[in-house]
Design a protein around this ligand. Structure first.
Ligand SMILES: [Zn+2]
Length: 114
């Protein structure tokens, strides 16, 4: 039971960070002077901001394609961006977004630092 609450807290924390545009992504870390490089951790080509990590990074194309299909099934119109997805304020959509983040950074669900 405690683990379930902890998981819910992690989901809430990550979604809150995304909503505030304070995700631990390179672009944000660079902005607050915690990283010298703002490029994506994975492809090292594009600016590593929230939308790139979640919807645009070529390294995670397969996972992104699955996420987009799932969001379509959840009645979201494509194309999407993080602000549009979060504006839906729907628990199932937020959980799907969290699972996507966890899948591209396995083992770090509580401390997603991309
Ligand atoms: Zn990338």
């Amino acid at each position: 039971m405690a683990q379930r609450k902890s998981h819910k807290k992690h989901v809430y924390t990550q979604i809150a960070r995304l909503t505030c545009n304070h995700g631990r992504f390179r672009a944000h870390l660079n902005k607050i002077k915690l990283s010298e490089d703002d490029r994506c951790t994975y492809c090292k080509k594009e600016r590593g901001d929230t939308n790139h990590i979640i919807f645009g990074c070529e390294v995670h194309k397969d996972k992104i394609d699955i996420l987009l299909k799932d969001l379509q099934i959840m009645q979201l119109a494509l194309p999407v961006n993080v602000n549009y997805v979060l504006a839906q304020d729907q628990k199932d959509i937020n959980c799907r977004l969290y699972k996507h983040l966890a899948s591209i950074s396995p083992g770090s669900e509580g401390h997603l630092q991309l």
